[in-house]
Design a protein around this ligand. Structure first.
Ligand SMILES: C[S@@+](CC[C@H](N)C(=O)[O-])C[C@H]1O[C@@H](n2cnc3c(N)ncnc32)[C@H](O)[C@@H]1O
Ligand SMILES: O=C(O)C(=O)C[C@]1(C(=O)O)C=C[C@@H](O)C=C1
Length: 242
């Protein structure tokens, strides 16, 4: 088990922008579990999608892999031989821990953990690409470009899993789901102060889109099929098919 996330439990004088630094990496499993409703379900189901979509001698990309939770779920479930998983993150603290985490388990499928910006890497011969709560941290103009690159790197029949925090076009529903998410955080032991300090830090760096915006952008990138396969409050996951 990782350390408990108490990073924002005391008042912070100057709240800067959110970063995935050493302190966040240290408590990340506890933080994401207590912050993202449905996170562990999504991780398990990514394994099921891997079993279905990963084809022999292809590559799987986990973009914004953090500590490698999705990578491990994929690796546990791949049945096809000759595959490689490429896990990418630009946070040195995450990458260092991710490598240790992945080395702690033995499996047939090799994992290449790369410290890089996901906008700079090549995507080739992919049967599955995972963007699990990562696209929301990219500059909005860079989002379409990344999806286009993913579409080009996917083999026919390949899939993209895109999990995100959503905004909503219907303001009333948006407010309800936002409040339900806060109830979820409170129920998981976060105080009002922790919730509000984290929210301010994320404000400038995590810009959320609606499901409609995601679907339209996926279509624009070339994906002819895209649908929500999971949602809990204002968090969810889409699958897009080439
Ligand atoms: C919310 S976390 C992802 C959680 C992870 N996918 C999982 O399933 O546990 C977002 C991650 O994306 C990484 N990230 C954000 N922007 C990135 C970029 N441009 N290139 C590479 N990694 C990025 C962050 O460092 C962070 O580790
Ligand atoms: O919206 C929030 O409160 C969140 O904590 C969301 C979120 C995310 O969706 O990635 C933001 C940062 C942390 O990495 C974990 C969860």
């Amino acid at each position: 088990m990782s350390d408990r996330d108490t990073l924002f439990s005391a008042p912070i004088d100057k709240l800067g922008d959110w970063t995935f630094d050493e302190r966040v990496a240290e408590v990340f499993p506890d933080m994401i579990q207590r912050s993202v409703p449905g996170y562990s379900n999504i991780i398990s189901m990514i394994g099921m999608l891997a079993e279905r979509f990963v084809t022999p001698d292809s590559q799987v990309y986990d973009l914004g892999c953090s500590l490698g939770a999705a990578t491990l779920s994929v690796r546990r479930n791949i049945k096809a031989p000759g595959c490689t998983i490429i896990a990418v993150d630009n946070s040195p603290a995450m990458v260092e821990r991710c490598r240790r985490h992945i080395d702690a388990f033995r499996a047939d499928t090799p994992v290449n953990v790369i410290e890089a910006d996901i906008r700079d890497i090549a995507i080739e011969n992919a049967s599955l690409v995972v963007l699990n709560f990562t696209l929301q941290f990219l500059d909005p103009p860079a989002r379409l470009q990344l999806l286009e690159k993913i579409w080009q790197g996917l083999k026919p029949g390949g899939a993209l899993v895109l999990s995100e925090k959503f905004s909503f076009e219907d303001a009333e529903v948006g407010e309800l789901l936002f409040n339900m998410h806060h109830d979820f955080k409170r129920a998981n032991g976060y105080s009002e102060l922790e919730i509000s300090q984290k929210r301010s830090m994320l404000e400038n760096v995590m810009l959320t889109d609606s499901v409609e915006t995601h679907k339209a952008r996926l279509k624009q990138a070339g994906f002819s099929h895209a649908e929500l396969w999971f949602q809990c409050f204002n968090f969810g996951s889409l699958v897009a098919l080439k």
